[in-house]
Design a protein around this ligand. Structure first.
Ligand SMILES: [Fe+2]
Length: 213
């Protein structure tokens, strides 16, 4: 009996239904000013800057996209989102941010696993990251793969149930709103600051929700 390779003429792996996270880096000359402006505005939004308790976090209201100080960020988000829609070859007539909020996490604080229902795309913009506070975890959306999970000889993209993405100041991540994600404990001494947002197609009911059968 020949070995496996000897018995087969060829072998091919067909990848299907990929899950994308789009990573975009803003030019340094833009994000340095942008991030300083965001931090300054957040100081104003957090009344009298109360100390955040150890292991806890602070989240702003979810309408930052309506504030003048965030319009540059929103324009960049929309530009990045258009790139995603082009990549996916989507036909659409308009989209908008449905929510935008800031997150401040001090040392030790985490963000538990969640997704963002009733939106198409979600994302995060990173304002202040540091070593030990510079990752986000994405979780395998195919929950059925957790039923039988044999031990592996080496973790790989093909057998993992969680992908850790490294982030840095000035970076955007955009991902499908259904993709569950979480943030591990801040291991740095600095506050981790990010701005999250959701996007949805504006005229979805009028123009995009015809039955598919
Ligand atoms: Fe989130």
């Amino acid at each position: 009996m020949e070995n496996e390779q000897g018995n087969f003429e060829s072998r091919e792996i067909i990848t299907m239904f990929p899950t994308f996270v789009w990573q975009t880096m803003i030019k340094k000359e833009i994000y340095q000013t942008l991030n300083k402006d965001i931090v300054d505005k957040l100081k104003l939004l957090r009344p009298s800057m109360p100390e955040i308790d150890h292991h806890s976090s602070w989240q702003s209201d979810s309408d930052l996209h309506k504030l003048a100080e965030f319009q540059l960020l929103i324009a960049l988000v929309k530009e990045a989102a258009k790139g995603v829609f082009a990549f996916l070859k989507l036909s659409y007539e308009g989209f908008e941010l449905t929510g935008c909020w800031a997150n401040m996490n001090i040392a030790g604080s985490t963000h538990k696993i969640h997704s963002h229902p009733n939106n198409f795309l979600s994302g995060v913009y990173y304002v202040q990251t540091d070593e030990g506070a510079d990752t986000i975890n994405f979780h395998d959306p195919r929950i059925q793969t957790g039923i039988i999970r044999p031990p592996v000889t080496e973790l790989s993209a093909e057998n993992t149930d969680q992908v850790v993405v490294h982030v840095k100041d000035g970076m955007f991540l955009l991902f499908p709103s259904w993709l569950q994600h979480s943030v591990s404990a801040n291991q740095s001494s600095q506050e981790r600051i990010s701005v999250s947002f959701n996007l949805m197609f504006s005229p979805y009911v009028e123009t995009m929700s015809k039955p598919l059968w």
